[in-house]
Design a protein around this ligand. Structure first.
Ligand code: FAD
Length: 501
């Protein structure tokens, strides 16, 4: 484990060395970059993602308390939400803001979007798996689906597929109807626009805008698959729509959160740009183990965190923002005494507030079985030329995120005529890129891979992944033990709602 982290550190630390020289695409630069990519692939090949454990005897609480630092705000997790909150809070120079992130800074070599699948088996992913499922995950080892979850500055946006999909306006209106004032689409649209820097060929200014931190662009690599899919959609009577525009149903070219063909995580967009602010401290490799809450006033006033084998305490004068993601936020709240009383007490944790934390897990299932193989073969070109093309102008196969086209469709089962209930993601090659690819992404069983995809390895083809965007099945996140470094128990209860099967 230490070896993996050291390797990852080495890959990260190369960033300043390379950036410090004026940019020139020399033979040496290209070779160094390829070596960096190769090292990241090696880390991915060797890594076994597994939980750690917290041994109290290794940590000095008294020393941590004595050296406790004080901030106005503490943001837990530097993912898509935490990075934005930290940026906005630290706009106020008088507020001292601390960001604690369990994962590493992103590697320069993770920037080609085509590296996405490799990252899934590195410490940039927590490595969670669902509990064995009865109605889903039957093609996965032990019937356990991968629950890929980013662990990096940038969080899941550092390992995501980079598709910029806001969801349909109705999704937000439903949130507002559930009692969340300020969350209907009309209310959130100005913030989407404020965050965006749209570099799209054509876009509707009612929905898009320019000048924000998050670059949004179309894929930088032209693909025959995309054209064929959009044409097929039109033949079936669907409109070609703009992915985040007026029309919610149709086929579309994806919009991507990339910048000039390079991954542009939320951390790059929101933390990098704020790093000169003296009132903002961003600490990677810092995992919060507990939120400190005064039992009587029930006021959160600090956190404990481990950083490179040492325990630290940070105090907050104003607020603590829990932005540790859909799995780790409930885990951390429960570890801190906020959660279902019976569950916490069964593990020997004091319950400060009895709440249904971890009770409403919604996860969108994907059906992987629609695979197409074409008679045509394409050459992806020479590896070195592809790298040069990407380094020069962010184009070519290395800029591919693995998503060629999208469809937002309404099935006959839907009761809503105006909004999609199924999404298609067209993925080139996809599952016939080899067993390692399929296992990293979906924990697929080898015999299943061999019986379905192996015969098509190397052929031009694609998979059409069918996504259920509004799952009705509801799962849970629970603690396995009270050890803060153990993995939580994640039970998606996928496809248990009969209506959606
Ligand atoms: C493989 C993958 C592909 C995806 N593809 C897309 C896509 O194409 N389009 C799209 O819109 N969405 C996509 N998503 C989803 C999207 O990335 C997430 O919805 C979004 O990033 C969630 O943001 P968040 O801030 O809630 O959590 P995250 O971004 O996951 O951030 C949580 C952060 O908190 C940190 N953390 C957790 N626990 C602690 C702790 N105890 N102490 C300190 N830090 C902690 C984590 O390490 C992480 O960095 C994808 C997600 C994954 C995993």
């Amino acid at each position: 484990k230490m070896l993996q982290i050291t390797n990852l550190l080495a890959v990260c630390l190369l960033i300043p060395v390379i950036f410090s020289s004026p940019f020139e695409l020399t033979e040496k630069y290209v070779k160094d970059f390829q070596d960096g990519i190769d090292r990241l692939v090696e880390v991915s090949d060797k890594t076994i993602l597994q939980e750690e454990s917290y041994k109290p005897e290794n940590y000095d609480e008294e020393a941590a308390l004595k050296d406790a630092e004080e901030f106005d705000f503490i943001v837990i997790g530097a993912g898509s939400s935490g990075a934005v909150v930290a940026n906005r809070l630290s706009e106020v120079p008088e507020w001292k803001v601390l960001v604690l992130e369990a994962g590493a800074p992103e590697s320069l070599y993770a920037q080609p979007p085509s590296m996405r699948n490799i990252l899934l088996n590195t410490p940039y992913n927590w490595g969670y798996k669902s509990e064995p499922q009865e109605k889903a995950c039957q093609g996965a080892n032990d019937d356990r689906c991968n629950i890929n979850t980013g662990r990096a500055l940038g969080g899941s946006s550092a390992i995501s597929k980079m598709i910029y999909t806001r969801g349909s306006g109705k999704d937000y209106d439903t949130w507002a109807d559930l009692g969340n004032d300020g969350w209907c689409y009309k209310d959130v649209l100005p913030y989407f626009k404020k965050s965006e820097d749209a570099h799209l060929h054509k876009f509707d200014r009612k929905y898009h805008s320019q000048g924000g931190p998050l670059n949004v662009e179309e894929p930088q690599h032209n693909s025959k698959l995309r054209e064929a899919f959009l044409q097929a959609g039109q033949e079936l009577g669907y409109k070609v729509i703009e992915a985040n525009g007026e029309e919610p149903i149709g086929v579309a070219t994806p919009q991507l959160v990339t910048k000039g063909g390079r991954r542009s995580s939320v951390s790059r967009a929101y933390l990098e740009t704020a790093k000169s602010r003296k009132n903002l401290s961003v600490r990677p490799f810092s995992q919060v183990t507990q939120i400190l809450i005064a039992p009587h006033t029930k006021e959160a006033n600090g956190v404990k965190y481990v950083h490179k084998g040492k325990l630290f305490i940070a105090k907050s004068k104003k607020e603590i923002i829990v932005s540790a993601g859909a799995i780790n936020s409930p885990q951390l709240l429960m570890l801190s005494g906020i959660g279902p009383k019976e569950h916490l007490e069964s593990l020997g944790l004091e319950c400060i507030q009895d709440l249904a934390v971890g009770n409403n897990l919604k996860d969108h299932v994907v059906f992987l079985g629609m695979n197409l193989v074409s008679n045509e073969t394409i050459s992806e070109g020479d590896q070195k030329e592809n790298l040069i093309s990407w380094l020069k102008d962010g184009k070519g196969p290395l800029s591919q995120t693995g998503v060629e086209a999208l469809a937002f469709l309404k099935t006959d089962a839907s009761k809503d005529a105006k909004h999609p209930d199924i999404k298609f993601i067209v993925v080139p090659h996809a599952m016939n890129l080899g067993y390692d690819y399929a296992k990293r992404e979906y924990n697929i069983r080898k015999e299943l891979y061999d019986s379905i995809w192996a015969a098509n390895e190397g052929k031009l083809g694609c998979s059409i992944f069918v996504v259920l965007p509004h799952p009705k099945s509801t799962g849970t996140v629970r603690l396995h033990t009270k050890d803060p470094l153990n993995y939580p128990i994640i039970n998606g209860n996928y496809l248990t709602d009969e209506e959606q099967v």
